[in-house]
Design a protein around this ligand. Structure first.
Ligand code: ADP
Length: 485
């Protein structure tokens, strides 16, 4: 698989600053591992504040020309980038599976999803409309212009090595911003390959820069710079809070996509097949390593036994293995620490009275693999209820009434995605409106799309990505008053 990527020219192992591929200034490197095997795939530069400062300068000087292009010109470059991503989708998917671990079919899904943001925002680039406001005085005309915010610092996680980047870079470039991206050190290779395709597509050198290495140092350099006008981040709530705090000294615009604790609520009146299929997809996608994965499955008492039985049967059908192997539906977790976290959560639940009804152990394949697991009788006191497990463990939580379900669902500081399974239309409205979440799936477990707004409430984040709303994050509103007409 690696040879195929190498032969396509997409195995890039240097950072990208000002259109040039560079090493770190002190020559230090970090290794990128395949989480399924532990093999080292490649080494990339371990960069810090100096390289980041140069990347910011390059983004800043490119900003004046990129932002002055016509919308149609920027749109065209983005469309070319989209076409190249699709042309190389097989190589990009292989790279995602190699460095992140997800099954190849899901990796291909991510390439299509990731590319869709570039396509969508290449179109939105042409629709950055302003306003004319009726003036309170007859000799005046009041105009509203939308202008790019400027240089953007984007920090992204490892769970979607391509899509979390395109979802930020797509709208930023469409609006006329230039960007410095810091991908996760676990998954930099997909980011570098995508950046290479951006250069080939005619996105000018300096408009998209990639640095990686010492995350806090790179983060601080972005935060301190007065040239960086916006920070966009997807990752843990703890790091998000630090970035928000650090943005205060220069008053940057901030968008954050942070942790979730998604409830999946199955009511007595649900269609059981739809509920099992939907909650299975919401739970086990990417081995539960997404911030919108169903963290807690709340099941009403009347349907609990029947649901648990059907759900366990469906989970038993999943195949664990290396994502490159045909038929694998559950890949490895990103590293051993992730497996230890899962073990801790399961032990905590069983010590407090929950029952493991399927799995509950490390998988025989070794280090990063954990058995798909179902835990029954989980309650509010357990870590599985309170925190994101980010591993293949489905906790089933029984509840009595609709009010109980809503209260349990909202009993968290997180508020990203929630899922509801019911055949009742009034209930689906009531519950959707009562849930303190940014996204709600009704009778559907996979709801993300480039055309709809994605983002959380409470401590799950600020701002929205994707859709027309995703453009606002990269635009400033300017009021122009023309007087004495
Ligand atoms: P995850 O649990 O998804 O790894 P993190 O928040 O640790 O979440 O990582 C998300 C991104 O944030 C990664 O690119 C990581 O390198 C980066 N990161 C981690 N710590 C910092 C920091 N102090 N400043 C800036 N970026 C950071």
């Amino acid at each position: 698989a690696l040879d195929r990527i190498r032969n396509s020219g997409l195995l890039k192992t240097q950072g990208l600053v000002g259109g040039k591929w560079i090493d770190s200034y002190d020559g230090k490197k970090i290794e990128v591992q395949n989480p399924a095997t532990g093999d080292v795939i490649a080494s990339v530069p371990c960069m810090g504040s100096k390289e980041t400062t140069d990347a910011i300068s390059s983004a800043y000087s490119t900003y004046s020309s990129w932002s002055k292009l016509t919308a149609a010109e920027r749109s065209k470059a983005l469309r070319n980038w989209y076409d190249l991503i699709i042309k190389h989708k097989d190589e990009l998917a292989l790279l995602i599976t190699l460095e992140q671990g997800k099954p190849i079919k899901e990796a291909l899904g991510e390439v299509n999803y990731g590319a869709s943001f570039i396509e969508f925002f290449s179109e939105e680039a042409k629709r950055i409309y302003g306003d004319i406001i009726p003036a309170p005085l007859s000799d005046r005309r009041l105009l509203v212009l939308k202008q790019p915010v400027g240089v953007v610092g984007a920090i992204t996680p490892w769970n979607f090595p391509l899509a979390m980047i395109t979802r930020k870079v797509g709208p930023a470039l469409a609006c006329g911003c230039t960007v410095v991206v810091k991908p996760s050190e676990y998954t930099p290779l997909t980011a570098l390959a995508a950046a290479d395709l951006a250069l080939q597509a005619g996105i000018p050198p300096g408009a998209l820069n990639i640095v990686m290495g010492n995350a806090p140092e790179i983060g601080d350099a972005l935060l301190k710079s007065t040239q960086v006008r916006k920070i966009t981040f997807t990752g843990s709530t703890a790091v998000g809070k630090k970035l928000m705090e650090g943005s205060a000294s220069t008053v940057k615009k901030v968008s954050l996509e942070l942790g979730g604790n998604a409830p999946c609520i199955v009511f007595d009146d649900a269609d059981i097949d739809v509920a099992v299929k939907g909650s299975l997809a919401a739970k086990f996608r990417n081995s539960d390593q997404t911030c919108v994965c169903a963290n807690r499955i709340l099941v009403q008492e009347g349907i609990y036994e029947e649901f648990a039985k059907a759900f366990v049967k469906a989970v038993q059908g999943m195949q664990v293995g290396n994502g490159l192997v045909e038929g694998t539906s559950q890949g490895p977790l990103i590293n051993e620490a992730a497996v230890q976290k899962v073990e801790k959560f399961v032990n905590d639940a069983t010590s407090k009275g929950a029952n493991v009804i399927l799995g509950g152990r490390r998988h025989s394949l070794g280090k990063t693999f954990y058995e798909p697991t179902v835990v029954s009788n989980v309650n509010r006191d357990m870590l599985l209820f309170k925190d994101e497990v980010f591993g293949p463990v489905a906790p089933l939580v029984p509840f009595k009434t609709e009010e109980d379900a809503i209260s349990m669902a909202n009993d968290t500081n997180a508020g990203l995605a929630a899922y509801v399974f019911t055949k009742s239309i009034p209930r689906s409205w009531r519950v959707s409106e009562a849930l303190e979440y940014g996204l709600v799936g009704v009778n559907e477990g996979i709801i993300s799309t480039e055309v709809a707004p994605f983002g959380g409430v409470k401590q799950s984040g600020l701002g929205r990505e994707g859709s027309k709303y995703g453009m606002d994050e990269y635009l400033e509103v300017k009021y122009v008053c023309m007087g004495n007409l």
